[in-house]
Ligand binder design. Structure first.
Ligand code: BJW
Ligand code: ZN
Length: 271
């Protein structure tokens, strides 16, 4: 990322009246929540999405899938919003017309100060019945692991890179039964082959169609239909600014590509 690129992105943001912020897993990477496709650390490097993130996988082995998602939910519980989440909240606080659209299933935008992001891929905190869709309670957390000793000089400053990856043995865990019909409760996320929640997708398309700047942060833009949201904005003439350490298929449509981590670039952008 160069000074002129940051300055140009800052000008576009300052001129925007109806910005959209579109986020993916890279947004939470510096909070220690693993992405899906990063080399080395991405979840899909270690786990097969066909065995864990499809309706067929849940039907075949509900305990395997439920246990994996519960481990991820525990990891997210221990993670904290990073300076990037706070910078997104600062943009939204400055302009009430801002719409934050996320593909993430963690709750770090909310805890970082954006009360109601548009959630395209659901949430780890919204389990529901796999048969009748009745919402189910979020299971109580297991006792947290013992805290590491506080280093001399006090605890780490808030928001650094921390590791909260689900630690095996995350193990199979039998899902609770629906209080209404007794069928297994499933994670409230969107798996491959499933439709995105209609209200969220419509809200995202509408916001992208009406926006005068779209800031895309930390997504590989490989998963559809979510990846089309920045394209909608660009097609209708809104500048698209991208924050990502590496190139993505969106590079070509972006007015500015800011290569760097969200937790560093976004605070510099909103300064
Ligand atoms: C940083 C960083 C830092 C790192 N700072 N950046 C068109 C073409 C081809 C295929 C399809 C198509 N349309 C549909 C499909 C099929 C499929 C699909 O897209 N497949 C492709 C992968 C090939 N899509 C679907 O199946 C969707 N459903 C659907 O289309 O239904 C049709 C239908 C209609 C009507 C009735 C019935 C059906 C559903 C997709 C659901 C995706 N679900 C997941 C899992 C959610 C649950 C869970 O968490 O387990 O969602 S998959 C996973 O990918 C997750 C994410 O939200 C999603 C996107 O990933 P994201 O956020 O981009 O993460 P990464 O890891 O890919 O990228 C991270 C980026 O961050 C990288 O670029 C890094 O460089 C960067 N980064 N550190 C800034 N510090
Ligand atoms: Zn039910």
């Amino acid at each position: 990322m160069t000074g002129p690129e940051l300055a140009e992105a800052g000008r576009l943001l300052a001129a925007a009246q109806r910005p959209v912020v579109f986020t993916g897993a890279g947004m939470s990477a510096e909070s220690g929540v693993p992405t899906f496709r990063d080399a080395q650390t991405g979840l899909w490097q270690r786990y097969d999405p066909q065995e864990l993130a499809t309706p067929a996988a849940f039907r075949a082995d509900p305990a395997l899938v439920w246990g994996w998602y519960e481990a991820r939910r525990r990891g997210v519980r221990r993670a904290r919003p990073n300076p990037g989440h706070r910078a997104v909240a600062a943009i939204a606080a400055r302009l009430s017309e801002t719409v934050v659209i996320t593909q993430n299933v963690d709750d770090l935008h909310e805890r970082g100060g954006v009360p109601a992001p548009v959630r395209l891929h659901g949430s780890l905190f919204a389990p529901r019945c796999s048969a009748c869709a009745r919402p189910a309670p979020v299971p109580p957390d297991l006792p947290p692991p013992a805290d590491p000793p506080v280093p001399p000089g006090g605890p780490e400053p808030h928001g650094g890179v921390e590791s909260h990856a689900p630690e095996p043995p995350d193990g199979p865990l039998i899902p609770p039964a629906c209080a209404g019909c007794g069928a297994p409760v499933r994670p409230g996320v969107v798996w491959f082959g499933e439709a995105l929640p209609e209200t969220a997708l419509s809200a995202a398309v509408e916001a992208a169609s009406a926006c005068d700047l779209l800031l895309t942060v930390g997504t590989s833009a490989l998963v559809h239909p979510a990846a089309e949201i920045p394209l909608v904005a660009a097609r209708l003439g809104a500048p698209v600014v991208q924050v990502n350490p590496v190139p993505t298929p969106l590079d070509a449509i972006c007015a500015v590509n800011l290569r760097g981590p969200a937790g560093e670039v976004l605070p510099a952008l909103v300064r």
